[in-house]
Design a protein around this ligand. Structure first.
Ligand SMILES: [Zn+2]
Ligand SMILES: [Zn+2]
Length: 155
């Protein structure tokens, strides 16, 4: 039976059964460290660092390096996105179906300049118009959108 999972972000995300299909479709084997990390990321409402993800799955007996290697593999395969929000820490999150298909640019993130809190903004659209002067990465949509300001707590 396939049951839809609603996340805190309100995105209709992938049910458990589809996680295995998702991995295989991207040429990755469905292994327990990968499924464990995906399960955590489905429920996460912000991008998570390797340290945070490791804490969430360590009781299942995976070591730090295994968790890290699998996160990188899944990011390389396009299942996860990996972003650096200016503090030189990679954070991982599940890409939505539309983003993973390449039909939609990655959603922007809001970063608090006081406490460093990172929030996903899945409902925010930013239109970027390319000119001849823009770096190639812009036309290739190979960039991240970051909005900075003070979060509600720090305001
Ligand atoms: Zn803040
Ligand atoms: Zn996000």
């Amino acid at each position: 039976m396939v049951r839809a999972v609603k996340t805190k972000r309100g995105w209709p995300l992938t049910p458990m059964v589809d996680l295995q299909t998702k991995l295989r479709a991207k040429g990755l084997r469905s292994t327990s460290p990968r499924i464990a990390a995906l399960r955590v990321l489905i429920l996460a409402k912000t991008p998570m660092s390797h340290a945070e993800l490791f804490d969430a799955v360590r009781d299942q007996g995976f070591d730090r390096a295994t968790v890290y290697r699998n996160l990188v593999d899944m990011a390389d395969a396009g299942i996860l996105s990996r972003t650096d929000h200016g503090d030189h820490v990679w954070r991982f999150e599940l890409r939505s179906e539309a983003e993973a298909e390449g039909g939609e640019t990655m959603h922007p993130h809001f970063i608090c300049t006081d406490c460093g809190e990172v929030a996903c903004l899945p409902g925010v659209a930013v239109k970027v118009t390319t000119t001849a002067f823009a770096p190639r990465a812009v036309s290739a949509k190979n960039f991240e959108l970051q909005l900075k300001g003070r979060c509600d707590q720090c305001e």
